[in-house]
Design a protein around this ligand. Structure first.
Ligand code: DOR
Length: 466
């Protein structure tokens, strides 16, 4: 007879699951790769005891246990830019950051614009991915903004959304067609909103700091003009629109109004846009005039913009926090202000830096967790199965130590991208373990001592059925 053995009991953790309003100290029971029970005490009935021989107990006293984090926006760089990141290194970094599911952007080489490219990526992530990878397909062929991809074929191949990412579709007629196709396929368009005619060769926010450093700026209007256009097209077509890495107060206000009007729009903000301002780029000025580790697109903005993004999180205008994990090589980042690549390696610092918002009282821990779990799950229409600890769903879980202090050391990142503006910074709040699809894919050394012998399994921890 096939009998499923209990695999893991997480004991006495502080369970926070915003998807079902769960906030209590209790146990989680995982078996067969699924959540069997979350909440209350797992009682060892005789029949359970019989099976418990193979179960592992993990004492989570003093720790927070929540659904596994979901990242709507990252760059895994493979194929084409393996010197920056690979699927193996990127997904390992994601696991360390508490992410169980990551959505990878299409700006690879070749780009993810054909079913063959998607099939290749899926095969590669099956072989080498530590966590689940969901691919985003291109809107236009080669991300050139000229001809639509065969979006129906890409959907069939398994993309969950469409985006040209850093090369946003400038032609509004083409974007209208893309939205009509995506609407008919029931999938969202994710747009990196940037009017290139306005951002031109800008390298940081246009304002006080660009004037001080004498470098070309990127105005807030470069983002807001495109957000406005996309919202108008979403209203016209009825498409589902997701705005990537919102960075300005004006964008938040446009999205808020569009929502009130009933336009189908969701939005994300990044940990860096929520915790840093444009001042960070000139932190060492005049001795160290430009810190390219904080050069990112869209650029870090002003205090008022950060404040507005946080308000957007708390009032629901911004649904999710997404890392925009953008790893680059040292050479890509140390070639001078103008040429340095845009981007921040974000998986491994996301939770730590976001906890500063909780410590400052700007966000509750439950709100923060919701923006990393149930919020993004809803954006991709997977809220029944992802971002939740409901019984019966695949076991995806993140264990956190909200009070644990640690120092960021980019040299110890699993990501190949050491490009972080947080290097050397002290954070309070750390990911202690990550369970992705029934496998323990990351465990912090301190927790390992509580748990006993442990190695990251390539087999589901729940495979012990007979
Ligand atoms: O900072 C960024 N880096 N913004 C983008 O839009 C692209 C990304 C990358 O691919 O490096």
């Amino acid at each position: 007879m096939k009998r499923e053995h209990i695999s893991l009991i997480v004991r006495a953790g502080h369970l926070i699951d915003p998807s079902q309003g769960l906030d209590e100290v209790g146990d989680v029971l995982i078996a067969g790769g699924k959540i069997v029970q979350a909440g209350g005490t797992v009682v060892l009935s005789p029949s359970l005891s019989d099976m418990l021989g193979k179960a592992k107990n993990l004492d989570a006293t003093g720790l927070v246990v929540c659904p596994g984090f979901i990242d709507l926006h990252c760059h895994l760089r493979e194929p084409g830019f393996e010197h920056k990141e690979t699927i193996a290194t990127g997904t390992k970094a994601a696991a360390i950051g508490g992410f169980v599911t990551v959505c990878c952007m299409a700006n690879t080489d070749p780009p993810l614009d054909t079913p063959a490219a998607i099939a290749w990526l899926k095969g590669k992530t099956r072989q080498e991915g530590v966590v689940t990878v969901l691919p985003i397909g291109c809107i236009t062929k080669g991300r050139k903004g000229e001809q639509l991809t065969d979006m129906a074929e890409l959907a069939e191949a398994g993309v969950f959304a469409f985006s040209d990412d850093g090369s946003p579709v400038a032609n509004s007629r083409l974007m209208r067609r893309a939205m009509e196709c995506s609407r008919d396929l029931g999938l969202p368009i994710i747009d990196h909103c940037e009017d290139r005619a306005l951002s031109r060769d800008g390298i940081i926010n246009e304002g006080r700091i660009s004037a001080k450093l004498g470098v070309r700026g990127i105005p807030a209007a470069a983002e807001e003009v495109m957000v406005a256009r996309d919202l108008i097209l979403a209203r016209l077509t009825g498409a589902r629109l997701h705005i990537a890495h919102v960075s300005t107060k004006g964008s938040v206000e446009l999205i808020r109004r569009a929502r009130e009007e009933g336009i189908s729009v969701t939005a994300e903000a990044t940990p860096h846009h929520l915790t840093l301002t444009e001042d960070r780029i000139a932190q060492g000025w005049p001795d160290k005039p430009f810190d390219a580790s904080a050069k990112v697109n869209p650029p870090l903005r002003t205090r008022a913009d950060v404040q507005s993004l946080i308000e957007g999180l708390t009032d629901g205008v911004i649904d999710a926090i997404a890392t925009d994990h953008a790893p680059h090589s040292l050479a890509d980042k140390t070639c001078g202000p103008e040429l340095a690549a845009f981007g921040i390696s974000g998986f491994e610092t996301a939770f730590g830096c976001l906890m500063s918002l909780v410590q400052q009282g700007k966000l509750s821990l439950t709100q923060l967790i919701s923006k990393l779990t149930s919020g993004p799950a809803k954006v991709i229409g997977r809220n029944g199965e992802l971002g939740t600890l409901r019984a019966g769903v695949p076991a995806n879980m993140t264990i956190l130590a909200p009070d644990r202090e640690w120092t960021v050391d980019s040299h110890s990142f699993a990501s190949k991208g050491k490009n972080t503006p947080y290097d050397g910074q002290r954070f309070t709040g750390k990911v202690m373990a990550t369970i992705s699809n029934g496998k323990i894919v990351y465990m912090d050394d301190l927790l390992r001592t509580r748990f006993g012998s442990f190695h990251c399994s390539s087999e589901p921890i729940s495979s012990d059925s007979e």
